[in-house]
Design a protein around this ligand. Structure first.
Ligand code: PQ2
Ligand code: NAD
Length: 212
């Protein structure tokens, strides 16, 4: 299994089924700003609310082949094994499909995820034990606290400045320095370091060492 992070903004996603498993996958897909269509004769209350709020489109019937044609990504999440396998058979080699009850029939599986802003930690057991993925996720939630969100924004901004303004030969040292744990919980230190970088650029001192 080759792990990748896919940009789903505006992409057409079809979820077949409207039960608990579909619900869990849809919740995460909504955060990705995908264009979601749910095909299912029944849908749980929250899926119906999302439909009413126009966050997704629920088509209240059984799936047909045409529903799948335009989709970039498909989740086969019905409680019917035969329907889920049939969905996997309809998919072209250019589409992504997740089959929730027979993962080997699809071409991707969904990991357990911790998000802290730009930091994304995803855990998979290659399907061996979703429960273990969930429990490792809980350990990571403890270890990687909320502060990482601000810290990642700081790293992103400093790295952009360094990449654009500092000479190649001193970039690596500066970038490594930024991952020093002492920055993590200290927003004041983050601010002053960023100021120092900008000051260096203003004064044309980009080759001088920085003592933070
Ligand atoms: C990570 C997570 C993401 C998500 O779904 O959002 C996810 N499953 C989660 C939870 C979970 N799933 C199941 C249980 C009950 C306990 C158990 O069975 O262990 C629990 C625990 C719970 O609910 O507490 C049952 C289950 N899951 C699959 C099957 C079918 C099979 O194995 O054949 C069955 C049996 C159904 C049956 O009994 O019939 C299959 C898959 N589940 C995966 C992902 C993929 C592999 C991930 C990996 O590599 O580890 C894969 C292969 C396909 C996929 O769905 O992409 C999410 C954690 C959410 C979180 O982080 O909080
Ligand atoms: N991958 C996972 O994480 C995971 C976890 C638990 C269970 N499962 C498996 O996922 C499957 C679904 O579980 P659930 O709890 O969501 O089931 P559920 O019974 O709550 O929901 C099934 C949904 O599929 C819909 N459906 C049935 N036939 C359909 C059709 N022909 N076209 C469109 N929709 C149709 C139903 O109307 C219903 O909304 C189960 O088979 C279970 O084995 C997977």
């Amino acid at each position: 299994m080759y792990p990748i992070h896919v940009n789903l903004i505006g992409k057409t996603v079809v979820v077949v089924g409207g039960g608990w498993v579909a619900h869990r996958k849809i919740k995460d897909l909504l955060n990705e700003e995908a264009k979601i269509t749910v095909i299912s004769p029944t849908a749980d209350n929250e899926i119906q609310e999302w439909h009413a709020e126009r966050k997704l489109t629920w088509i209240k019937r059984e799936v047909v082949r045409e529903d799948l044609e335009e989709a970039f990504l498909i989740v086969a999440a019905t409680n019917c094994k035969e329907i889920n396998s049939w969905i996997a058979e309809q998919i072209s080699s250019k589409q992504l499909v997740n089959v929730v009850d027979q993962p080997h029939l699809g071409n991707f599986i969904v990991p357990s995820v911790v998000k802290r802003g730009k930091l994304i930690l995803s855990v998979s057991t290659s399907g061996a034990s979703p429960s273990l993925s969930k429990s490792i996720k809980k350990e990571l939630q403890q270890k990687y606290s909320e502060e990482y969100e601000t810290y990642l924004d700081f790293l992103f901004q400093c790295r952009s400045i360094i990449k654009n303004e500092f000479p190649q030969n001193c970039r690596k040292a500066l970038l490594t320095k930024l991952t020093d744990q002492s920055f993590l919980y200290d927003e004041e230190k983050q601010r002053s370091y960023k100021q120092e970088l900008l000051k260096r650029i203003d004064r044309n001192l980009v080759n001088e060492p920085i003592n933070e």
